[in-house]
Structures are given as structure tokens and as C-alpha cells.
Design a protein around this ligand. Sequence first.
Ligand code: F6P
Length: 531
Amino acid sequence: MNLRLTESAGWRSLAEHVKQIGSRHLRELFAAEPQRFDHLSCRHGKLLIDYSKQRLSGETMRLLRELAEQADMAGWIERMRSGEAINHTENRGVGHTLLRAGAAAPPEVKTVLTRMQDFCERIHSGEWRGYSGERITDILNIGIGGSDLGPHMAAQALAAYQLPDTRVHFVSNLDGADLATMLDHLSPRTTLFVIASKTFTTLETITNARTARDWLLAASGDDKSVARHFVAASTNLKATSEFGIAPENVFEFWDWVGGRFSLWSAIGLSIALAVGFRNFEQLLAGAHDMDEHFFEAPFADNQPLTLALLALWNTNFLKAHSHGVFPYSHSLALLPAHLQQLEMESNGKHVDRQGLPVDIATAPILWGTAGTNGQHSFFQLLHQGSELVASDFIALAKSDFPLPGHHSGLLANCLAQSSALAFGQTQKEARQAGIPEALLPYRAFPGNQPSTTIVLPALTPFTLGQLIALYEHKVFCLGVLWNLNSFDQWGVELGKQLAGRLAPCLRGESPTDTLDSSTRGLIEHLRKFRN
Ligand code: F6P
């Protein structure tokens, strides 16, 4: 196994190669290669990835693919597929692709899917009733991180498929403002809570779940109402039972499903409740289709690998440490937030699989928002700031909410932005356009900001599944290339432990004299106002 990819022949070739191509402007690259779009784009079914606006050439891609071979990409894909414990710090396999394997899924997965289907049908048909005998009209998913972002993003993305009589909502934050304002709009008689938590120990989720239970009991006055209004998606059956959720109301999943990869599991129950089980199955089918493509397609056509190689090139060779994701789809507005967890929790690591400090940059800062809104806030920095930012633009050929006169304008803006970022505008062009001489420095755009455009034919459950799985496998490939364990997240633990110790200090139950002076000062200041 290659422990230090940076010492490989492939890495050295790329380090030489970037000296030639790294300084060439995208204008020059496009002028030199009229067929650039054809050469630097790849299709899988109806999904197109255009990476011709990346600062590279066909030769760059060839060298990057060679690097993937030297990193034993094929071997790692096989290790993941065969269930090897590649999450070695937790001694777990990585099985999210099994959740969407259709006929090839393990029996326990099929059993839970059947139970989810049955449950959805009972809710949607009105057979399942609340304590007062009324039908359930509102579902509130309580979860955080992967138990919130994935299902929330997917349910919102599929707004066009939303069933008319079941509204699905999401609460995640420990801040009472999240739950309190939500409960204000709900009725305890017609609300069902889905407590989504892999561990069922997460402070935010358990606190919100307890408050929700108190809210229900205050209205119903009957402990038995919990069974009509609370279900859980979890791996921890002991904790769900201690909370008071009946075993038949628990939809199980397993420790080989990572939180940020869990929307395909029982954590997806809220998605199925929002859009119907058939559409949830289509979401799984789309992801499965991308899995098959990822496992089987040659490197040159392999879309997830291509995205990963572009990210590696931008991060490690062009030194872009920021990655923007701009879906030109309001329905996909939460995709950047989901990808933040997926990419940054997976590959935001500073030691490699052997526990040694990495010698290169790993996951860049990922951020973004839906277009066109971003254009009117931070795009100025992309166009004329001092940072190199690599971007993904996501476009839908057909709108999911087709209002006359909207979609062409949206697509035109998407294409205009990636084009302006790539090619900019010289002072000469600005002068020709009639800009006064004194303003020319301000009206020139350097361009040369790299971007990829991903085009979906339409936003459907199937294409959404493909899109999410595309990014999941991209993250996996980057972990292989950077020699990281992409499937643990120890970095979030320290803050959790400290919060547990500081809570009693804030309540005045523990002394603060062992704390650092800043934390102590802040606690004393806060306590003055709290009292
Ligand atoms: O923030 C850390 C984390 O463990 C995430 O990986 C996970 O998605 C989230 O917390 C929620 O965890 P759980 O589903 O166990 O409540």
C-alpha cells in the first residue's frame, strides 16, 4: 500500500505538470482547444458533468487517473463493496450502498424497508390515528447532523412530489427557538414525531425529543399517547425503549451506516412520509444506479472519481482551499449544507490511516447557496476578490416548478456566472464596451476561477439519488487519495465532552476555578444576566 502518495511517481509528475499548466488562463486553454467541452465532459445516462472550465488539460486528467491507480483506487472500491472494516478506527464496514441495492440488499435491510412502507401507508391512508382519533397531518423529524441534514435536504429537494395531506417538518437545534416556534404551529392531536438518531444519545435530539414528549403529554394527559405519536429511527434499541418508544415503532439500522450516509436507511423515513414510499424507492434506485456506475465504469468515464480528481487537483496543485456549491435550483437549497457534513466531516482530517500527520491539504472549506441568490451577496468576491475558489454549478434542464418566464432566466444566469468566472473581462474589453478610462481597473474581471457544471435532466427522486451518491463516492475517492479514514468523526467529540462539563458550571453547580480565564470570565458574565 502506498502510504505517502506525495512520494509517488504520479504525484511528482503532477507537481511538474502544474508548473506548465497552472499559470495558463482558461481563455488561453479554450482558445487552444476548440473541442474542449467534448474532451472534458462526461455523461452517465442523462447526467452530464462538464469540467472543461477547470484549469487543466486532457494530460492533467490522464496523470490524475494514473495517480488514482497508484493509490489502488480499484482495490479500495472492492474493499468497501466486500464489507471490509475500512472504517478501521471504529472497526466497522461501510455499507450505505447495501441500503439501496434493491434485490441484492441484505434481508435485514429489506425487512426494515417493508416495515417503513407499511408504516407510510398507514399514515397516508389515515389508518394510523393520533390519541384523539384524528388522522396525522404533520410529521416532525427530530434529529441533527446526518439524522437531519440528509432527510431535510431530500424532502425539500422533492417538494414537487410532496403528498398533499402530510406535511413534514424538521427540528435539529438545541436552541429552544427551533422547537418552540415549530410547536406553535402544530397540534399535539395530529402530529407524529420521528426521533431520528443513530446513537439515540445525542444531546440535542434527546433534549428536543423529551420536550416534545412533555408537550404531547400535557395535551393528552395519557402516557399511552406516546405510542401513537412517537416513532424512532435508530441503531440503539435499548435507548429507544428506555425513552418509551414501543419496539414496533422503532425502525432499525446498523452501525455500518455512517450518520452522513444514513438518509438511505430508516433515517429516510421522513422523506418517505413526505413524498410517499414509491418515490423513496426511486431515490434509492437512483443512488443504486450511481453505485453501479461508480463500481463498474472505467476511470476515464467514472463521474464520482472525476469529481474527486478535480477536487484533488484544485486543492493540492492549484491550492484552492475553498469549494463553492451553487445549485441553480431553489429546491436544492439545502444541498450545500448536506455536502458540508458529507465532505468536511468525512475528509476534514489531519492524520492519515496510519495515524501519521498528513503532508498535504485535505478537505477544503465547502460552502454555498442556491442561485441566483448567491449572485447578489458573495459572488462579488468570486469575481474580483483575491481568493481562488473552485465551484460546482448544478443546473436542471427542466424546472420542477415551471412558472412561465422563470427557468430560462435561471439557467442563463447559471451559465453566465460560470462563464464570467472562467473568462472574466479584460480592461481592453471594458474600454471597448464604453467604460470610462478612470473606471477601467474597477470594471475588469480577472476570471480564471475554475468550475464544474453538473446538469440533471430534471429534479426527480431518481436523479436526486444519483446526485447525492455521486458526491458520496467523490468523498470516498478523495479519502483513498488522501489516505484518510473518511468514515469516522472523532473531531466532534471534544466539544461535546467539554459542553457536558461546562453545563453544570453555567447552572452554578460546579466551580469554575479550574477553567481557563476566558471561559471562566464568559461564564461569570453570562450568569450575571441569567440570574
Ligand atoms: O456530529 C457528530 C455526529 O455523530 C454526526 O456524525 C451525526 O450525523 C450526528 O452527530 C447525529 O448523531 P446521531 O444520529 O447519533 O444522533
